[in-house]
Write a protein that binds this ligand. Sequence first.
Ligand code: FMN
Length: 340
Amino acid sequence: MIKTRITEMLGIKYPIISAPMGPFYTTELTIATSEAGGLGTLSHATLLKKNSIKDMKEQIEHVIEGTDKPFGVNVRTARVQTDHKILLRKIAEWRKKNPKIREQLVYGLTSAGGSRIASKLWKKSAPDMYHFHVAPALWLVDKVYDSGCDGVVATGTEGGGHQSYEGISTLVLVAQCAQKYPDKPLIACGGFATPEGVASGLAMGADAIAMGTRFIASNQSEFHPNYKALIPPATARDTILTTGGFGPIRLLKNKYCLEHGEVVSKEEKIVQESAYDLDGFLEDLHKYMIVYTDGDVVNGAIPVGQTVGLIDSLMDVDDIVTTFTKEAEKKLKNLVSKIS
Ligand SMILES: Cc1cc2nc3c(=O)[nH]c(=O)nc-3n(C[C@H](O)[C@H](O)[C@H](O)COP(=O)(O)O)c2cc1C
């Protein structure tokens, strides 16, 4: 059994977390991951204010019906994600009102924007929920801790989906976090999709490993079969960073991706976004949703990480959580046995 600060604080059996993957739904994936003994994380699946609060409440209620185990929720705090402030408040409110939500919703993960507002709000209104924030570079990790968060999800550039302009690899970032903040709980993310990866993340000082792409390619995730089917044959060279709604985004190369444009600088992007109207957002969202709902893997956007090059089959979530941890444990023991 591997016990870490994260398994202890979140009350989970295995140090494996399914990463949030909005705008897609990861509700069933969350149930399956938590049931397997890891920690499932609900995605912030809506981009617009309309219905998004109701939508998240329904997701949370569905999860507590499906499992009695702990789980987490992601709120994207980007400027363009206009529902985030109300959602942060509502999550705290739902926890207060419903003891089952309070007991199980133990992990609030913010990302894609700042952590300060969430930290201030949740520390006051949901003090027993651990607040983590996604950080892609050490200077941003400093800001996360400065804002009062309990921990970080150190996510390197090889990961799938939204990335930062920083371009730092997981290998460097996790080591930097472990060196600078040895007393803080640390989740490593981006580039993990094997037991070897889990073992190496733990060896570097992480307390848990979060994975996205590996969980898309699982039998229990609710991603379209056409999406899942692209992952096993893809190689590590088949993804590129392109411009997305929140900054650079790592997508699988396809028609949409190749036509969609180069990553522009952060400054240019801010100018672009200020001219972006509701129709622009809807059009962007539509390109993601057609993959999810219709399996249109030609015209839609397919976020995945470089880990596609490591994944050669669909797996059961239970195996990803339990077998990966047990295999990682064996690899770590084997390494120790070589030390005289
Ligand atoms: C389809 C997809 C959607 C994602 N959406 C989000 C999101 O809404 N919020 C977020 O914080 N990260 C998001 N990410 C990033 C993941 O949470 C995670 O950092 C990434 O998948 C890790 O890399 P990996 O795919 O190599 O495991 C997304 C990733 C993917 C693949």
